[in-house]
Design a protein around this ligand. Structure first.
Ligand code: NAP
Length: 286
C-alpha cells in the first residue's frame, strides 16, 4: 500500500492517554450506563469493547440487559430511572433496538447532559447551529480527530461524505463544514448520480454506507485522503465463518495519499470518543 495508514488504534490510544489525566482530576470517576436490548451478536461485541475501554480508564460501567421481547415501556422506564440517578453521568442505549421500538424517541428521552452518544436532538441541534463544543456523535467526532492527528488540512478542500445517516453521514458533513474545519462538503447518498466522478474531484472522501469495497481505486484522486467508516460482515470459509471489510476497496491504498484501515481505523476511534464524551459529561455535571 502506497498510502499512509491512518491508524485508529494509535490515535485512540493517544485520546485515552489524555483522558486519563482528566479522569484523575475529577472528584469521583465517571459512571457510564449501557442499556442493551435483545440478543444482536454484533451489539454484544460492541458493548463488550465499550466495557473494556471503561475498565482500562477507570470509568465505572453498568450494563443493563433487557430481553428481546421486553415491552417498550421497560426501555422507557429504564432510561428515566438512569436520568434521575445522580450517580450516573452517561447513558447509552445500544443500537439497533428490536423491531417496533422507536430509537429516535428513546434517544430524545435521554437527559441531553448524559447523552454520550451525542444523538439527542438538542446536541445535534447545537451542531447545526455551529456549536461543536457539546457532546458530539462519537463516530464522526472520531473521524475529525483522526484527520487532525494525521495532519490533514481540510481548509478550502473538497470533501465528499458518502452516506447521510443521523448517526454518521449527516453529522460528519456538518463537522467537516464547520468554521475552523472549513471543508467544502458534498453529501452523497443512494440517489446520487455518477458517484465515481464526484469522488474523483474530492481531496477527502469519507465512506459511511455499509457496502463492502464500494469505493474503487478509479474513484479516488491520486493523493486524496480516504476514511473508511463502513463495517461489513462478509461470509467466508474461515473458522469464524466471516470476515470484516470496509466500504473502501483495499486497492485504494495504491492511489490515496492516506487511508484508514478496517478494522483498526474508525472503530477504535468511536470507542475513544465515547470515553471522551463520558468524561466531558462528568466534568460538566461536577
Ligand atoms: P445507514 O443508516 O444504513 O446509512 C447508510 C447511508 O448510505 C444512507 O445515507 C444511504 O443513502 C447511503 N447509501 C446506501 N447505499 C448507497 C449507495 N449505493 N450509494 C451511495 N450511498 C448509499 O448506515 P450508518 O449507520 O450511517 O452506517 C454506515 C456504515 O458505517 C455501516 O457499515 C456501519 O456498520 C458503519 N459504522 C461504523 C462505525 C464504527 O465505529 N466503525 C460506527 C457507525 C457505523 P440513503 O439515505 O439514500 O438511504
Amino acid at each position: 500500500m502506497g498510502a499512509t495508514r491512518i491508524d485508529g488504534n494509535a490515535c485512540g490510544a493517544a485520546v485515552e492517554a489524555a483522558l486519563a489525566e482528566r479522569i484523575a482530576a475529577l472528584a469521583s470517576p465517571p459512571h457510564l450506563a449501557v442499556v442493551i436490548v435483545g440478543n444482536d451478536p454484533a451489539s454484544h461485541v460492541y458493548v463488550g469493547a465499550k466495557e473494556r475501554a471503561c475498565a482500562r480508564l477507570g470509568i465505572r460501567s453498568t450494563r443493563i440487559d433487557i430481553a428481546e421481547d421486553a415491552d417498550y415501556s421497560e426501555v422507557v422506564s429504564t432510561v428515566k430511572k438512569l436520568n434521575a440517578d445522580t450517580d450516573v453521568n452517561g447513558i447509552l442505549v445500544q443500537s439497533p433496538l428490536p423491531k417496533g421500538m422507536d430509537e429516535v424517541a428513546i434517544t430524545d428521552l435521554i437527559d441531553p447532559s448524559k447523552d454520550v452518544d451525542g444523538f439527542h436532538a438538542q446536541n445535534l441541534g447545537r451542531l447545526v447551529q455551529g456549536d461543536a463544543s457539546g457532546l458530539l456523535p462519537c463516530t464522526p467526532a472520531g473521524v475529525m480527530r483522526m484527520l487532525e492527528w494525521a495532519n490533514v488540512d481540510l481548509s478550502g478542500k473538497r470533501a465528499v461524505v458518502i452516506g447521510r445517516s443521523r448517526i454518521v453521514g449527516m453529522p460528519q458533513s456538518l463537522l467537516l463544514a464547520q468554521k475552523g474545519a472549513d471543508a467544502t462538503v458534498t453529501i452523497a447518498h443512494s440517489r446520487t448520480s455518477d458517484m465515481a466522478a464526484l469522488c474523483r474531484e474530492a481531496d477527502v472522501i469519507i465512506a459511511a454506507v455499509g457496502r463492502s469495497n464500494m469505493v474503487m481505486p478509479d474513484w479516488v484522486k491520486p493523493g486524496a485522503t480516504v476514511i473508511d467508516v463502513g463495517v461489513n460482515r462478509v461470509d467466508d470459509d474461515s473458522e469464524k465463518g466471516y470476515h470484516l471489510t470496509g466500504d473502501v476497496h483495499p486497492d485504494v491504498g495504491e492511489v490515496a495519499g492516506a487511508l484508514s484501515p478496517v478494522p483498526g481505523g474508525v472503530g477504535p476511534m468511536t470507542i475513544a470518543m465515547l470515553m471522551s464524551n463520558t468524561v466531558r459529561a462528568t466534568e460538566m455535571q461536577q
